[in-house]
Design a protein around this ligand. Structure first.
Ligand code: C2E
Ligand code: MG
Ligand code: MG
Ligand code: MG
Length: 276
């Protein structure tokens, strides 16, 4: 149809594409190029034990810098990568890089250090996901229990049956699972007892105002007692000040991650800061 109508067809078509959509299309093609040109990298944000202040792990966070254009934020390009299927390439690359990096830091002295990697919905259900995890682990030499995969509630609820199977296989392999942005998605609490999970990550939105908000205090308190009863660890994300940290420490939150204790940084900076 496009061929028979020639140029005009495309002209009409492109006039109907709104600006947002058009820039998404060009961003998507820029992403292919970006992969070719190694424009993607990982930053690492430290995760600390709340009680002792000891470094326990890091979350790998994807960064994309187009030359002369600055950083494109992940909330912009991750959804596009999801839709186009590019997330499989990017996600596999992130997992491999993060595991190699963690192993290297362990060898340089970080004992029992874990690496946490975000896994998107489409990536999680991809057929060869487990195979890819196994290859990455064996190639890097990282122990499975030092790898944490962060998934959101939505991933579990999309297809609970299939998700359960994948989680069970990951658990059998020794890999840990964290629920990211916990409390913000649509899901039932039943999955907390059904699936083999290790960590709940309290979403930043509950941490932000916790000092002034009785509601946020109640929500965080409830997440903490729920986690304790279910034998799960809790990471609080987005901790930005001492008051928040003090509250989380007092309430028994196991781990903290946020700008107060450390922003996401390039691997070189991470090494300099945290590997004495
Ligand atoms: P997330 O997994 O919930 O990651 C936490 C986000 O909060 C990160 O944003 C981090 O930089 C930010 N953050 C941490 N502490 C603070 C704080 O104290 N204050 C503030 N204002 N922000 C804080 P980032 O790096 O922009 O990533 C956004 C989201 O993009 C992530 O949210 C995750 O959902 C997604 N993402 C990032 N990297 C990857 C990846 O490799 N794969 C996938 N599938 N998704 C990723
Ligand atoms: Mg995360
Ligand atoms: Mg999160
Ligand atoms: Mg978040």
């Amino acid at each position: 149809r496009a061929k028979t109508q020639g140029k005009n067809y495309w002209k009409i078509f492109s006039n109907q594409v709104d600006d947002g959509e058009r820039s998404n299309l060009s961003l998507e093609s820029a992403m292919y190029q970006g992969i070719e040109n190694n424009e993607f990298m990982l930053h690492y944000q430290p995760i600390f034990c709340t009680q002792t202040g000891q470094l326990r792990g890091a979350e790998a966070l994807m960064r994309w810098q187009i030359p002369n254009q600055g950083f494109i934020p992940p909330i912009k390009f991750i959804p596009l990568a999801e839709n186009s299927g590019l997330i499989k390439t990017l996600g596999a690359w992130a997992l491999r890089s993060a595991c190699n990096q963690a192993k290297q830091w362990q060898e340089a002295g970080l004992k029992d250090f874990y690496i946490s990697v975000n896994v998107s919905p489409r990536q999680f259900v991809q057929e060869d996901f487990l195979e890819m995890i196994n290859i990455v682990l064996s190639e890097s030499g990282l122990l499975p229990h030092n790898l944490m995969l962060e998934i959101t509630e939505g991933v579990l609820m999309d297809n609970p049956q299939r998700s359960g199977e994948i989680l069970t296989q990951l658990h059998t392999a020794g890999v840990k699972i964290a629920i990211d942005d916990f409390g913000t998605g649509y899901s039932s609490l039943a999955y907390l007892k059904k699936f083999p999970l290790s960590v709940l990550k309290i979403d930043k939105s509950f941490v932000d105002d916790v000092i002034n908000s009785a509601e946020d205090m109640a929500i965080i308190g409830t997440i903490l007692s729920l986690a304790e009863g279910l034998n799960l660890l809790v990471v609080a994300e987005g901790v930005e000040n001492d008051a928040q940290l003090g509250f989380l420490k007092q309430e028994g939150c196991n781990l903290v991650q946020g700008y107060l204790t450390g922003k996401p940084v390039h691997s070189e900076d991470f090494k300099e800061k945290y590997l004495a």
